[in-house]
Design a protein around this ligand. Sequence first.
Ligand code: IMP
Length: 190
Amino acid sequence: MEGYNLHPDLIQAVDRILLPQEKIQARIEQLGREISADYSGKSPILVGLLRGGICFFSDLLQAISLPVEIDFLSVSSYSPEMQEIGYVRLMKDLELSISDRHVIFVKDIIDTGLTLNYLLRTLKTRKPASLEVCVLLNKEKRRLIDLPLRYVGFEIPDYYVVGYGLDYQEKYRNLPFIGMLKAEMMRNNH
Ligand code: IMP
């Protein structure tokens, strides 16, 4: 992790860098170009999920060359037990109407897919003209529900990752890369 000017507490939590900053940025540029071509002549609404998704959302937004609007959702899981069976609570709803609009749901990471499944079901009831998903990281191996993912940044292995907006117990969001969290950091907190 040479070359990064980070506090030792941040550096020592990371096992290794999975995706360096330049690789993330290059892939987002590609995704932006792809979305701009696919939605040519349209003005989609990008819907982001607070808070882990903010870095990806902001960079993707700037990589899209179309007129777009943006809005945000935030959810909280009821409890670890309820989370396991896919219950999430909407903490902040959209402010825009998505009825008859082309919606791109932008998400940082898909693990079991339960959160996304709930959110897509909720958004579909509002009758958007179309609804597609753009996700930066996909942990396919952990998937419990089959979900249609139109745009995927990277397929990643089944490791807990932090940085670039992603947290572990609210920490490490400000790492400028995506790193694998050391296993002992998770054990120390349980
Ligand atoms: P789901 O299992 O696909 O419903 O994902 C639930 C949420 O868990 C995601 O939106 C992330 O906030 C979080 N999550 C899952 N895997 C990771 C990870 O490796 N690092 C950080 N957060 C994660």
